[in-house]
Structures are given as structure tokens and as C-alpha cells.
Ligand binder design. Structure first.
Ligand code: TTP
Ligand code: MG
Length: 357
């Protein structure tokens, strides 16, 4: 019998800010781009639960988050506090949380900065694995003063869905025999891999809940979505045999920045790019990688046209100078006719490293 847990930190970036700054506790918090009094650009990274009551959530444009906060103020509620993203600090906390998890499970697979899968099969029973999950939650609270939500189930798919069912500070156990009942009433979006596009395509056919998806014949799903359709067929039944594997899910580490104003100023772009390269290197180290080989630069122009260019080094490196130099080389053609014949100003720059070791 497999016993798989999924641990997901609650309102991760915002929870760290609250922990580290007592004066922020209990206030609605938004971590993300600078709102600039409603004129800011970029998006919300995360909001704490108090701010979510205002309608603010991850990936919402920061200007809209500002609007939500203003609306709340008009109803006599406190304004949201907007904080910039301090990725180095969050990455360091993440590394410590992952280290705690490794004390409890032989195999831990980090799935993002704030979530991981654990193989607890050695516990032998749901009762024992559940005790282990409680101990994990306790250790994270005691050592990091942060809460996590945990899901326990027969595979990664069910564990992941379960961890999201009782947030924050939840522990949700879904043994094999409960899988069908628990999944049936959930929206199809609860299935990882079903995004807004697939959701819309399914809704057109009247398929909104996992229970509707279960009624859809295998051949029909395959005809609609190809190989992914076959996955949906299995997932609707809570089936997933993917192993929990130490092999890092993290394939790339990147930073990006939307500028206050679209710009083609080489000095300003170069300065921001250098800053981002520094942040990427810090995260690379915080997440335990020794080197990278590929550098990818992303440029979004004022009209939202978005281009990426990459280069792969002959040998892996851990040098910040090398990263900055390669990123600069990739940027240059965007400043002149080579990649930017229309001389369009740039809205966003991003840099990421891949082929990590
Ligand atoms: P999530 O686990 O999706 O969100 P969360 O931990 O803030 O809240 P929840 O309690 O619902 O789990 O993501 C983890 C962190 O990743 C989050 O704190 C901020 C960051 N993040 C972004 O920067 N942009 C995004 O669009 C999302 C979804 C997350
Ligand atoms: Mg989380």
C-alpha cells in the first residue's frame, strides 16, 4: 500500500512577512508588485487570508488589488498592506522547511517553493501516516512558526487535492475507499493539469464537476484532448501511479520584472537585469544547486509581444558574472534593429537559468 503526503505552506510569502514583522500580524497583506496608488503594474504574488476576503489573490494585477483594498476601506475595513517580494528570504525559509520534511520521510520531492510530496508508505497504515503528518505540522510550527496544510492519500494526485481541501492549517486524509466520494463534487479545475482552457472546453460539453468527467467515455476524452484526455480519464478516478522522486522537480529558476514605465534605456535595462541575475544566483544557491548551463532571457514589449532567447554554455557554471554577461549578450539585440526593428519599448524583462545541477 502506498501512503503519499502533500505538504503545502499556507499563504507562504505573506505568512513569512507576518512572522517576521509583528506589527503586520492580523492585517490584510499583499505581497507583490508596487501598487503605486493604483497605477502600479505587475501582479500579486500572494495575499494572506484576511486580504483574500477582499477578493485579492495570486496573479491578480496589482492595480486591481489596490482597487479591492480601496473598496474595503469604503466599507470601514482596514486597508491592505502592500509588501515587495523578498525572494531570497522566502527561498531560505523554503530550504529549512524542506529540511524538516526530510527528517520525517525517506523520499521528499519538492514540487515548488512551498510544497512537497512525501512517501510515507513505510508507516504501514493510514493511522500511523496520519500521526506522522501531525508531527510534521507540529515541527513546522515549532521550528519555523509557520503553518502548512497536509493531504494524505494513496497517490500524489489525491494527496495534492486533499491538501487544498482544508486550508489553512488543515490535515485531510483521503484513503482509497474515500477517493471517489471526495473527488466527485469538486470542480474539474481541482485536477492538476486542468487549466482554464480545458475547463472551458469541458464546460461547453456540460462537464463541470469531477463526477461529470467520470461519466465521459475514455474514447471521447481521447478524441477531445489526445493523450492528455487519457490522463484526465484516470485522474477523474483518482488514479495516479507517479512515484515520489527525489529527482528535483525544479528545472529552472528565474526572476522577472515589469517596469514602472516601458523603456528602451540600455542603462536602466542593464541595471535591472544585473539585479535580477543576482537574485537568480541567490535562489540557485538557496535551493541547493551547484551550477547551471542554460540562460534564458524573456523580453515583453510595450504591445505585449513576448520573445525568449537562450544560450547554453559549453560547461556548467555557478558564476554570477557569467550569468550576467550571458544575459546582457542576449539582451543587446533587443535594443536595436536585430530583434527590435520597430524600436518598441520594453515592458518586462525576465531571466532564468536551466540545466541545473
Ligand atoms: P501557493 O501555495 O499557490 O499559495 P500560498 O502558499 O500563498 O497560499 P495557499 O495557502 O493557498 O497555499 O504558492 C506559494 C507561493 O508561491 C506564494 O506564497 C507566492 C508564490 N506564488 C507566486 O509568486 N505567484 C503565483 O501566481 C502563485 C500561485 C504563487
Ligand atoms: Mg501554499
Amino acid at each position: 500500500m502506498r501512503l503519499i503526503a502533500h505538504v503545502d505552506m499556507d499563504a507562504f510569502f505573506a505568512a513569512i512577512e507576518e512572522r517576521d514583522t509583528p506589527s503586520l500580524r492580523g492585517l490584510p497583506l499583499v505581497v507583490g508588485a508596487d501598487p503605486r496608488g493604483g497605477r502600479g503594474r505587475g501582479v500579486v504574488s500572494t495575499a494572506n487570508y484576511r486580504a483574500r476576503e477582499y477578493g485579492i489573490h495570486s496573479a491578480l494585477p496589482i492595480s486591481r488589488a489596490w482597487g479591492c483594498s480601496q473598496a474595503a476601506v469604503r466599507q470601514g475595513k482596514p486597508p491592505a498592506v502592500f509588501l515587495p517580494v523578498d525572494m531570497d528570504r522566502y527561498a531560505r525559509v523554503s530550504a529549512r522547511v524542506m529540511a524538516i520534511l526530510r527528517r520525517f520521510a525517506p523520499v521528499v520531492e519538492p514540487a515548488s517553493i512551498d510544497e512537497a510530496y512525501l512517501d510515507l508508505s513505510a508507516a504501514g497504515s493510514y493511522a500511523e501516516a496520519e500521526r506522522c503528518c501531525r508531527a510534521i505540522k507540529r515541527a513546522i510550527v515549532e521550528e519555523e512558526r509557520l503553518t502548512a496544510s497536509v493531504g494524505l492519500g494513496p497517490n500524489k494526485l489525491v494527496a495534492k487535492i486533499a491538501s487544498g481541501l482544508h486550508k489553512p492549517d488543515g490535515l485531510t486524509v483521503v484513503p482509497e475507499e474515500a477517493v471517489e466520494t471526495v473527488l466527485a463534487p469538486l470542480p474539474v479545475r481541482a485536477i492538476p493539469g486542468i487549466g482554464p482552457k480545458t475547463e472551458a472546453a469541458l464546460a461547453q460539453r456540460g462537464i463541470r464537476l469531477v463526477r461529470d468527467l467520470r461519466r465521459c467515455p475514455r474514447a471521447e476524452l481521447e478524441a477531445l484532448f489526445g493523450k492528455r484526455g487519457l490522463d484526465f480519464y484516470e485522474e477523474a478516478r483518482g488514479r495516479d501511479d507517479a512515484p515520489v522522486s527525489e529527482a528535483r522537480e525544479v528545472r529552472s529558476i528565474g526572476e522577472q520584472e515589469t517596469f514602472d514605465r516601458d523603456t528602451r534605456d540600455p542603462l536602466r535595462l542593464g541595471e535591472r537585469l544585473t539585479g535580477m541575475c543576482g537574485d537568480v544566483m541567490e535562489r540557485l544557491r538557496a535551493e541547493g544547486f551547484a551550477s547551471f548551463r542554460t540562460v534564458v532571457l524573456t523580453v515583453r514589449f510595450a504591445d505585449f509581444e513576448t520573445l525568449s532567447r537562450s544560450c547554453t554554455l559549453r560547461v556548467p557554471t555557478d558564476s554570477r558574472t557569467a550569468l550576467t554577461a550571458e544575459a546582457m549578450k542576449l539582451l543587446m539585440p533587443f535594443l536595436d534593429r536585430r530583434e527590435n526593428p520597430g524600436r518598441k519599448p520594453i515592458r518586462l524583462l525576465g531571466v532564468r537559468v536551466e540545466k541545473l545541477a
